[in-house]
Design a protein around this ligand. Structure first.
Ligand code: BES
Ligand code: MN
Ligand code: ZN
Length: 515
């Protein structure tokens, strides 16, 4: 995966920059070009050149400033890049994602060949292993590219050079240990991004299921159900969405048993993550406008996140019993497609009047949510879905919408969001919204009108959770077409993998702090 980014961890000691004639050297300084002692010594021969360059560039070592010098006099390296770490006007608090983003910024500057990064915080002996681990992760996330369908590889873009990067750190063993734990997380994000970026002619439901099945190599149990199996289960809602497609709809159930059920009391109940996997959403008979429809290949961002998360958890052998379940369908107009006016019966027994075939995600989730709570009786269910355009209107692309029947779970998600930078914003729910989806002809209808479109969608889902503690993340704004940033240059962002990995690590693994 990371074939053109090679990371090495070596020990930071006096003279550690080594023979750097062809290398790029990366260092960090505080206000007024103050370095840590080892870095200062390594850069000493170039101090005069640096002082001149800093003056010309108005570089004072504040956070956010960068001094980038080619062939600095006296320094015996090809390039020196200094990242300011001082306070931004003395006000900026150290954000939890600071080092992650710093790593992304570093990766963006590297132009190939060898680089050495002197990981010494200005004014302090060393950064903690976790901070450096975050930095490495930032480099890797920034390095991600999806170019498997380009027959010519442009060689002038940021991501097409071989970079051999050595991090020079105080405690190499500790950093290597932290990195070993998070390697699978970076892979999980990349896997989720790949799935979202794949074109819909390649990633049809069975192909998606096949990719999920590859998790068996990590020890994940994977079951795949086809249309016949789901018909037997009575999944009339999910199947209705897929019936206009030539492709067979699928449901995939993944399980990572990092603890033996029943060993301790809390582990008796698994936790569960559920994803919307509409591999392409034309809208069906209620067809979408042509402009931008190609983006609907990303309507499986929820399912992609669940697969990426399972990869991450299994890779680090997380001490948790966790279910991942995804409903994978293609929403197409066709002679056999479901129509507005149809009444379908969900696995729960509740009937649904279809008002708009473009409100298909909730129909898919209705059956998967019901199935998961019925079969596994999980401690909680969290579903992710690119569910509504309305959530983009409400929150933009910087927060996912959070809807929940459980304050404790919501608080945990909010705090994991702050820790990872994958932020959530809780939205209201209640009977006043719920009644908007009551139907004249069936138990409910699949749209609630223009008002509060994301909320009525959430109310719909809530009718299929049977009282289980539950949270719904509407990721229509965050999973795809995301604005590029320090750690993501990809159309499919892989949003949610880091958030939920963190949620599990902080609250649900054996040995994590009590929930
Ligand atoms: N997949 C879309 C929501 C979406 C929109 C995701 C933009 C990502 C970007 C969903 O299936 C949909 O079409 N929702 C409708 C619901 C409406 C018909 C009630 C919408 O948001 O317009
Ligand atoms: Mn739709
Ligand atoms: Zn959709």
């Amino acid at each position: 995966m990371k074939d053109n980014l090679k990371i090495e961890i070596a020990s930071l000691k006096n003279g550690a920059a080594g023979d750097a004639a062809d290398a790029t050297l990366v260092a960090f300084c505080g206000p007024e070009l103050s370095f840590g002692p080892i870095t200062a010594k390594a850069l000493q021969p170039g101090a005069a050149a640096m002082a001149i360059a800093a003056k010309v560039a108005h570089f004072t070592g504040k956070a956010g400033q960068v001094l980038d010098m080619l062939a600095p006099t006296g320094l015996g390296c090809a390039r020196l890049i200094v990242f300011g770490q001082g306070d931004k006007d003395g006000k900026e608090a150290p954000a939890p994602t600071r080092h992650l983003h710093l790593g992304g910024k570093i990766r963006a500057r590297l132009s190939g060949g060898e680089s050495r990064i002197l990981c010494e915080a200005p004014g302090a002996p060393a950064w903690a292993a976790e901070a450096i681990c975050d930095m490495v992760t930032g480099l890797q996330l920034r390095d991600y590219k999806f170019n498997r369908y380009k027959s010519k590889k442009a060689d002038d873009t940021e991501n097409n050079h071989q970079n051999d990067v050595t991090f020079l750190v105080a405690d190499a063993a500790a950093v290597k240990k932290a990195l070993a734990r998070q390697a699978g997380l970076t892979e999980g994000v990349a896997l989720a991004r790949d799935l979202v970026n794949e074109p819909p002619n390649v990633l049809f439901p069975e192909e998606f299921a096949k990719r999920a099945k590859e998790l068996t190599a990590l020890g994940v149990e994977v079951e795949v159900l086809g249309e016949k199996d789901m018909a037997k289960l009575g999944m009339g809602a999910l199947l209705a969405v897929g019936q206009g497609s030539k492709r067979d709809s699928q449901m995939v159930i993944m399980r990572w048993r990092g603890v033996k059920s029943g060993k301790d009391k809390d582990a008796a109940k698994p936790i569960a993550f559920i994803g919307k996997g509409v591999v392409f959403d034309t809208g069906g008979i209620s067809i979408k406008p042509a402009a931008g429809m190609e983006d609907m290949k990303g309507d499986m961002g929820g399912a992609a996140c669940v697969v990426g998360l399972m990869h991450a958890l299994a890779s680090r052998k997380a001490k948790v019993d966790v279910i991942g379940a995804i409903g994978i369908v293609e929403n197409m107009p066709d002679g056999n497609a479901y129509r507005p006016g149809d009444i379908v019966k969900s696995m729960s027994g509740q009937t649904i009047e279809v008002i708009n075939t473009d409100a298909e995600g909730r129909l898919v989730l209705a059956d998967v949510l019901w199935y998961v709570q019925d079969r596994f009786k999980p401690a909680f269910m969290i579903n992710l879905a690119t569910l509504t355009g309305a959530i983009i209107v409400a929150l933009g692309q910087d927060h996912a919408g959070l809807f929940s029947n459980n304050d404790a779970l919501s608080a945990q998600l909010a705090s994991a969001g702050q820790a990872t930078g994958e932020s959530v914003w809780r939205m209201p729910m209640g009977p006043g919204y719920d009644k908007l989806i009551d139907s004249k002809f069936a138990d409910m209808k699949n749209t609630g009108g223009r008002h509060g479109g994301s909320i009525t969608a959430a109310q719909f889902l809530q009718r299929f959770i049977n009282g289980t503690p539950w949270a719904h993340l509407d990721i229509a704004g965050t999973a795809m077409g995301s604005p590029q940033n320090d750690i993501n240059q990809s159309w499919g962002s892989g949003w949610g993998v880091r958030l939920l990995d963190r949620l599990v690590a902080d609250y649900y693994e054996t040995g994590s702090k009590p929930a």
